[in-house]
Ligand binder design. Structure first.
Ligand code: ATP
Length: 230
């Protein structure tokens, strides 16, 4: 299990995460939701070790280094300019000391032009390539920052199914999305982050009230304003 306990992260005087605790269990999809600037990406970066200057506990309870068995999909994946999609995948595997796999099966699903330079791909194709690199590595845990963003409808539906199947095989998946439906259709639990604090943790049986609660809590003032307009 990946565990975050009492995480506090500040940039200078700006405290971005106050006292956040959260767990990611194997075989679970855990959604993270919150307004722009709530601290979601910062939390994922602390968990994966891209940020190290924080207080609190971030650990794999099995005693392994989190990054050893965890794959990260960053919000904006980076690609070296003169690598083809295939070379990028090979590079990712080799950087982890893994054998180069046959990508044909997965790529029949995602349909990427793997022999073209990755920096010539569209935004959605970049996202698919970064996802493909994670899928071929078979991680125990996945941390996905806005995985649905930029994908076309078909790829969105496919990704939801891929995530469910990975979960059923034991993968623990922590993901952010601004598309509430994408989370409630896939996640087993959802944590709502407001201003760097966990506002509430919902189990799947409680998702029925999630949208109303979010509207009420995140936008109470704006709903008042809307009522005066419409
Ligand atoms: P979004 O939904 O827009 O992606 P988020 O919930 O992922 O937002 P973060 O990117 O974690 O939010 O940012 C949280 C806060 O931390 C914001 O106020 C942001 O300006 C600030 N922040 C993030 N990275 C840095 C940085 N490197 N230096 C200073 N402030 C930062």
């Amino acid at each position: 299990m990946l565990e975050i306990r009492n995480l506090r992260k500040a940039y200078g005087a700006h405290v971005v995460l106050h006292d956040v605790s959260l767990t990611l269990r194997p075989g679970t999809i855990h959604g993270l939701v919150g307004a722009n600037g709530a601290g979601k990406t910062t939390l994922l970066n602390c968990l994966y070790g891209l940020e190290t200057d924080f207080s609190g506990v971030v650990r794999d309870t099995a005693g392994r280094a989190v990054r050893e068995h965890t794959g990260l999909l960053p919000y904006e994946p980076y690609f070296y300019p003169r690598l083809t999609g295939r070379e990028y995948l090979e590079f990712c595997l080799q950087a982890r000391g893994r054998a180069v796999a046959d990508f044909t099966g997965w790529n029949r699903l995602l349909e990427l032009p793997l022999d073209q330079y990755a920096d010539e791909y569209s935004a959605g194709m970049h996202k698919k390539l970064a996802l493909l690199a994670l899928l071929v590595q078979q991680f125990d845990y996945l941390i996905l920052d806005e995985p649905f963003n930029g994908l076309d409808l078909e790829a969105n539906l496919l990704l939801k199914e891929i995530l469910r199947r990975l979960r059923d095989r034991g993968t623990g998946i922590l993901l952010t999305s601004h598309i509430l439906g994408a989370l409630t259709e896939t996640a087993d639990e959802v944590t709502v982050l407001v201003g760097g604090l966990v506002q509430r943790h919902y189990l799947a049986a409680e998702f029925g009230t999630l949208e109303t609660d979010l509207l009420n809590s995140l936008h109470r003032e704006k709903l008042g304003l809307l009522s005066s307009l419409l």
